[in-house]
Write a protein that binds this ligand. Structure first.
Ligand SMILES: NC(=O)c1ccc[n+]([C@@H]2O[C@H](COP(=O)([O-])OP(=O)(O)OC[C@H]3O[C@@H](n4cnc5c(N)ncnc54)[C@H](O)[C@@H]3O)[C@@H](O)[C@H]2O)c1
Length: 250
């Protein structure tokens, strides 16, 4: 069991990549709190995973919600030592037309939510022998895409915060890394065009397919485990090769 003894919080753990991460963490021996605003899906997943999983209703953009989540996790399973800061939302919009409240919502959930997560677990982790924080950025945190400025801003911020956090928290025994998925087949992407969007996306990928939550989860397992004990401040693309080229390469 690669995650024996690990106590993990997976935000956005009810659906998509977060559900894949939660399943993989439990399969590798971790105890997992699935933290999400989606009550029914989160509860159903936790029930299906048995005693090693628990669902907590949690909004990553709310600091009080984080305090309660970490206290509850510590009391239920023991001191949290893995945080998968995975929750996120996607909105497209051109700079000229994008409503400011949409921009602010993206910032609150994706960027502030990631910061609050790191803020909330640091005390417990440093007092209990360290931990691993895995922040979900994106290929939109490595390069640009039209119609994606507000979302990409949050993902570049997560990449930047990860570097700062890795330097600040490394001496305290806490590793912080960012993952950069390409197009992954989840409710987030399906809502923007279904099968046709997946086929179009696949045509742009050197591996000629979009990714799945099952492709992404093993990277989280690796970063959560002690196998990655010397990896800190890294940014790891998991994108079938889409960021392997420059603009003229495809
Ligand atoms: N799907 C992709 O192609 C893709 C690519 C790159 C990066 N990402 C990033 O990966 C992460 C997971 O994305 P996904 O594709 O699984 O998305 P998804 O929409 O399928 O799942 C996201 C989960 O986050 C939850 N969530 C939303 N707002 C929340 C909040 N305020 N508090 C707590 N939970 C909240 C949702 O309920 C849902 O369960 C996100 O950070 C996303 O930006 C996704």
């Amino acid at each position: 069991m690669r995650l024996d003894g690990k106590i993990a919080i997976v935000t956005g753990g009810a659906m998509g990549q977060g559900a894949g991460i939660s399943r993989a963490f439990v399969a590798e021996g971790a105890r997992v709190v699935i933290a999400d605003v989606a009550k029914d899906a989160g509860q159903e997943l936790a029930d299906s995973l048995g005693e090693a999983a628990h669902f907590a209703h949690h909004d990553v953009s709310d600091q009080a919600s984080w305090t309660a989540l970490v206290e509850d996790t510590n009391a239920r399973f023991g001191p949290v030592n893995v945080l998968a800061n995975n929750a996120g939302i996607l909105r497209f919009g051109e700079i000229e037309n994008m409503p400011v409240d949409e921009v602010e919502l993206l910032w609150r959930v994706n960027q502030l939510g990631c910061f609050l997560g790191m803020n909330a677990v640091t005390y417990t982790m440093r007092k209990n022998g360290g931990g691993s924080i895995i922040n979900a950025s994106s290929v939109e945190g490595l390069a640009g895409m039209p119609g994606c400025t507000a979302y990409a801003a949050t993902k570049w911020a997560i990449r930047g915060m990860t570097k700062c956090a890795a330097m600040e928290l490394g001496p305290k025994g806490i590793r912080v890394n960012s993952v950069h998925p390409g197009m992954i087949d989840t409710p987030m992407t399906r809502v923007h065009g279904g099968d046709a969007a997946m086929e179009y996306g696949a045509s742009k990928v050197p591996l000629r397919r979009v990714g799945t939550p099952a492709d992404v989860a093993p990277l989280y397992v690796f970063l959560a485990s002690d196998e990655s004990s010397y990896i800190n401040g890294a940014e790891i693309a998991i994108d079938g090769g889409v960021t392997a080229t420059h603009a003229f390469g495809g």
